[in-house]
Design a protein around this ligand. Sequence first.
Ligand SMILES: Cc1cc2nc3c(=O)[nH]c(=O)nc-3n(C[C@H](O)[C@H](O)[C@H](O)COP(=O)(O)OP(=O)(O)OC[C@H]3O[C@@H](n4cnc5c(N)ncnc54)[C@H](O)[C@@H]3O)c2cc1C
Length: 406
Amino acid sequence: MNQGKHYDVVILGAGAAGLMCALIAGQNDLTVLVLEKSNKPGKKILMSGGGRCNFTNLHTSADNFLSDNPHFCKSALSRYTPWHFIEMVDKHEIPYHEKELGQLFCDRSSKDILNMLLDECSNGKVEIRLNTNVIEVDCDEKVMLQTSSGEFIAQRLVVATGGLSIPKMGGSGFGYQLAQKMNLNINPKQAALVPFIFTDHYKDLFSHLSGTAVSVEVSLPANQSAPRFRHQMLFTHRGLSGPCMLQISSYWQSGMCLQVNLLPEHDAYEELLRAKKNTPQLTLLQWFSQFIAKNPAQAITTHEFPDWHDQPLQNLNTESISTIAQLLNAWQLKPSGTEGYRTAEVTLGGVDTTQLSSKTMACLSQPNVYFIGEVVDVTGHLGGFNFQWAWASGNAAAQAMIESKF
Ligand SMILES: Cc1cc2nc3c(=O)[nH]c(=O)nc-3n(C[C@H](O)[C@H](O)[C@H](O)COP(=O)(O)OP(=O)(O)OC[C@H]3O[C@@H](n4cnc5c(N)ncnc54)[C@H](O)[C@@H]3O)c2cc1C
């Protein structure tokens, strides 16, 4: 394999992290080739944020990420902040807005972000080869690649092949396999930011309410270190989704119960006692419908309290009120699983960060190879954090390659 074309840098994967790394390296006079296995670059960028790409979050901090080493992401995030990305977005006059909680979305379409990255890549004379399968990689002193588009030789290799989620959109295990071949450890992987499915008696209830959303707080009694998330919960044909379920899925493990507080703003026991005194004729359903929409209120009370839902509050004794309140403030639900990689937004786990430099993303045992983006064991919460990690880790690797003399 000595006949190939030479580049300073070959990047595997034309996704968010790969394109960011490519454009910075290219604009700083490195010759860059990006190899992409699918027929288009940035497919996940296009489908992200419901087609409007939630491209960053103004409140990004290390607390928004899961990793075996929660400190690893700090260095890269501090050197490429949401404001750096916004500067590029502004330069391209892309209209955007803050939806909520610091989440920035395109006003028009995710295409704006992808086109911006591709424009910047072409400013840096980055070459992107699509439909290219890597057949063999050899990373000794130089990087030698045998691919379906020919042979290439580079000084540096950047692995930006993403995670396993949504195989149809490019999700692949290639980066993990390559890391394993290099004797790197892979921390356990799991589909994350993913809806839950139920096969028990709740399936019919949730399916009946499919499309309805309620505001709740969710936590995991079996994992006290997991944060609580307060947001919308969406009922689906197969179970539960919506922002707060997607968030908690990153902390959930098989067999765990979800604890859903249907009245996160209220102490249900106190409220029920007060209502029994002040409005004794009100039925349990009428009382509950004051807090959440009639449909879910009716379906949930009928399902959970068949003997009590149509009873006036005056008929409920203290023990029944305590049982009802306990369920409303701490509903225990045991998913049978998640929708898996088919619909997951990200892959939790990945290349063990103890084997990478947090400053450069280079592999400590093989300094001419870098791992960036989702393939690394750094996973963001929902809300633009995963792209911010892709931009920041891509920048870290690019800056390191620019600074190193080769
Ligand atoms: C439906 C959906 C919506 C999302 N919405 C958001 C959002 O709004 N905000 C947010 O922050 N995050 C969002 N995410 C997560 C975000 O898309 C990812 O975290 C991010 O794209 C990861 O960037 P990456 O470059 O590491 O991987 P990717 O963007 O997945 O790019 C990896 C690239 O590598 C290519 N590849 C794979 N294997 C090979 C190989 N062997 N050779 C060559 N190329 C290869 C793939 O085809 C792909 O193009 C969403 C994800 C999904 C699935």
